[in-house]
Design a protein around this ligand. Sequence first.
Ligand code: NAD
Length: 364
Amino acid sequence: MTATAPTARTEARPLGLAVVGAGYWGPNLVRNFQAAEEFRLRWVCDLDLARAQRVLGEYSTVSATDDYAAVLADPGVAAIAVATPAATHLEVALAALRAGKHVLVEKPLAATGEEGRLLVAEAERRNLVLMCDHTYCYTPAVGRIRELVGSGEIGDIQYVDSVRINLGLVQKDVDVLWDLAPHDLSILDVVLPEEDRPIAVAAQAADPLGVGHACVAYLTLRLASGAIAHVHVNWLSPTKVRTTMVGGSKRTVVWDDLNPQQRIALFDRGVDLSSPDQLDAGERRELMVNYRSGDMVAPALGEKEALRAMVEEFAAAIRQGRAPLTDGRSGLRVLEILEAAAQSLERQGALVPLPSVQRVGVAW
Ligand SMILES: NC(=O)c1ccc[n+]([C@@H]2O[C@H](COP(=O)([O-])OP(=O)(O)OC[C@H]3O[C@@H](n4cnc5c(N)ncnc54)[C@H](O)[C@@H]3O)[C@@H](O)[C@H]2O)c1
């Protein structure tokens, strides 16, 4: 896209928007887009018209409809937010892009990598913003971890460990990996430096209930630097755990999303190898390790709602003609890991290389 500098007038004008899908998650988008001054919500569209009307209430000036074609034909709509089931994302989002609208799609970007690639290609061909709502990436905690990694404060990444387990709703159509791991994988995608992204994945899983797909799963991701990242997702755990640990050569950051007093803890504790360059091979085998036992600090975090920050990023990307933090390619990388993990499961946990999706910070 040749980004034309927006005039003061266009900058001040809110972007017309429609939310498609008013089921469980759609109302959260409706609430946040209505609260955002960058957007003017014009439509809520659902195949079930009564549902769309219920979300808006009796006195709303926003139009409820079950006619998606009418929404797409509205020249006042610059952007569409898609909150329909994943199996419909390709159809709904592709139609929006072809109508020249910027698109926000709920996670996962699409039902398969192939579908995700079609969406990314269409958006790039048309110079439109395609964004995936990986909501966790917009939490203050993930923002802080990104800063800590990006600034070099934690040093070289040595390992990542992410746990998302609880007594979860056993889904009929997707396994635990497709249900829960997109959160961890999208967080990894925005936290890890570009040159340290996953290059291969191995998966192990079990279906102890006999529901026909995995209820407990472990992913091991090989990062480009040689470090590893581990993701554990489980619907059967009696305790709820939501922790992500990023171990670095200088510091280790631990995020516990269930501990509001101390969501993030930064540890100056770890293991150093003493003067490794001055050791010969025999001495190195002796493993001359030093244990570092420094402070732990719990940085203060804001309490901004992640969806609000996500909506702001969508508006900024449209205004500035740039890719958003969780762009279509980011959504596609998550899909490709999930597909490679499924292949790994079929091959008894073999390490499966990931397709290389080149990241383009600004695709136009
Ligand atoms: N970001 C998050 O944390 C988060 C949380 C929950 C769900 N989600 C995602 O949100 C999406 C929707 O999930 P949900 O739980 O709200 O589903 P849902 O089944 O509760 O609601 C989907 C709605 O879409 C409507 N719909 C289906 N096809 C349509 C079409 N072609 N045109 C218009 N309306 C259509 C249905 O009538 C229904 O009202 C999924 O992609 C899901 O993964 C994201």
